[in-house]
Design a protein around this ligand. Structure first.
Ligand SMILES: [Zn+2]
Length: 114
């Protein structure tokens, strides 16, 4: 499962942060996930809950903020935000959009227990 792999990458990242900053536990973390990615946030949250059970991350709440995708319109040349890959250009209604971003996962906030 794709989300499980992502979740493992996230746990590695959190382990590193813990080692670097020396906190004891995490109360909450917030992720930004681009809409162009093929990540299912519910599956990710579920994978996180399962893989952190009985670890130092047990009980940490995970929040997901979905970011709009970004694309360049080949018709009017605008850089626009779009809700999904099949959307029309919100500026000119053109259909030729080239995705330029919005498929990333980013850790944006951590509430730590020192
Ligand atoms: Zn356009």
């Amino acid at each position: 499962m794709h989300e499980l792999t992502l979740c493992e990458a996230l746990l590695d990242l959190l382990d590193d942060e813990k080692a670097r900053r020396g906190f004891r536990a995490l109360r909450r973390l917030k992720l930004e996930i681009g809409r162009f990615g093929c990540i299912d946030p519910d599956a990710l949250v579920y994978a996180f809950d399962v893989t952190t059970r009985d670890t130092w991350l047990d009980g940490a709440k995970i929040e997901v903020d979905r970011r709009p995708g970004r694309a360049r319109c080949l018709d009017c040349g605008a850089d626009v935000e779009v809700p999904d890959r099949l959307a029309d250009c919100p500026r000119c209604g053109g259909r030729r959009l080239m995705p330029t971003g919005g498929d990333q996962m980013r850790l944006v906030e951590m509430e730590i227990v020192a």
